[in-house]
Design a protein around this ligand. Structure first.
Ligand code: PEP
Length: 253
């Protein structure tokens, strides 16, 4: 059994129409390895434009479009929120959930994140579920405990079977946007722990579970990280805002 390699872009609150045009032009020139899939997550206002551009460039078999967040509510009086039904209406297949910026800046709890994962799955939208420890937690030797707690909150809500339809992203908080990438060995060790944790409840699901690494990945570091046996691609922030660099990461994946 082999897993696809997923190269996902998280544009955060960056990017515009010009970046969509530049990215599609660049990715149209990339010769992708057969097992590579790309996911791009722009801000909400650009989802439909990006999806149309992907279709127009005949890249739908390679590139999926993702939201960066969703509401845990399905509809109603929740000003400023976006529902999974709206994503489905726009044929958006993925959503990031539980990014560390949502956890730390917007106070999203493990429980809320688990609710969002359940809502996404119920609508048929694939969650890219982010987990990761802070620098203090790693230094205190609590990495595995923190990851287990974050995963357990979701497992309690959805059941372990749901992980057949989830993409995980391990993003150590200390590596996000800091230029400090985990070494391939350090990342591999943590990915292996995550897979083992899931395997303890569901061996088959763990074997097929895509686990992406995120945290200052760039065109220099991506190859060695993606070559690790339990690293199935990356979730890429800063380097995904440069069409040439992101194209190189996809090309080398
Ligand atoms: C991210 O935001 O998910 C991320 C990994 O960012 P960066 O690549 O900039 O560290």
């Amino acid at each position: 059994m082999s897993r696809s390699l997923i190269v996902a872009a998280n544009w955060k609150m960056n990017g515009d129409s010009a970046l969509i045009d530049a990215m599609i032009a660049k990715l149209s020139q990339v010769s992708f390895n057969d097992n590579v899939k790309v996911v791009i997550a722009p801000s909400f206002p650009y989802l439909d434009k990006l999806n149309s551009a992907v279709k127009a460039a005949n890249l739908s078999d390679k590139i999926s479009v993702s939201a960066q967040n969703i509401s845990e509510q399905t509809s109603g009086a929740f000003t400023g929120e976006v529902s999974t039904a709206m994503l489905c209406d726009l044929a958006i297949s993925h959503t990031i959930i539980g990014h560390s910026e949502r956890r730390s800046i917007y106070g999203e709890s493990d429980t809320l994140i688990a609710d969002k994962v359940a809502v996404a799955l119920a609508a048929g939208v694939t969650p890219i579920l982010c987990i990761g420890e802070s620098e203090a937690e790693r230094e205190a030797g609590q990495t595995e405990q923190v990851l287990a707690k974050q995963l357990s909150a979701v497992i309690e809500k959805t059941g372990i079977e749901a992980f057949a339809n989830i993409v995980l992203a391990y993003e150590p908080v200390w590596a996000i946007g800091t230029g400090k990438t985990a070494s391939p060995e350090m990342a591999q060790e943590t990915h292996a722990f995550i897979r083992k944790f899931i395997a303890a409840s569901a061996q088959d699901i763990a074997l097929m579970l895509p686990i992406l690494y995120g945290g200052s990945v760039n065109q220099k570091t991506s190859e060695a990280l993606f070559a690790q046996p339990d690293i199935d691609g990356g979730l890429i922030g800063g380097a995904s805002l440069k069409a040439d660099e992101f194209g190189t990461i996809c090309q080398n994946a």
